[in-house]
Design a protein around this ligand. Sequence first.
Ligand SMILES: [Zn+2]
Length: 91
Amino acid sequence: MDEREFFDEKQEKKTANLNCPHCHQAAEYEITWLVRTKKRNLPGRADERDRARFAKARSYMLRKDDMMACKNLRCRKRFEISGVQSVAFTD
Ligand SMILES: [Zn+2]
């Protein structure tokens, strides 16, 4: 059974304060996350192994965005998101 079947999936936007490494200006950016919330119950066809994996599974979110475009109009360079973790557990 695929791990994805353990979770309900949705996209969420969260704001983060980021510093552009080119112009060093800080601004608020909306980062898209994929939120995977653990289901209450496993689908019926799960076997023993699936149940063991499901028991250990935790809700988490994955950062989808890697790059942001600087909001400073005189800069507008793209930069990599750093300082924001790419995976976070939510329970
Ligand atoms: Zn910049």
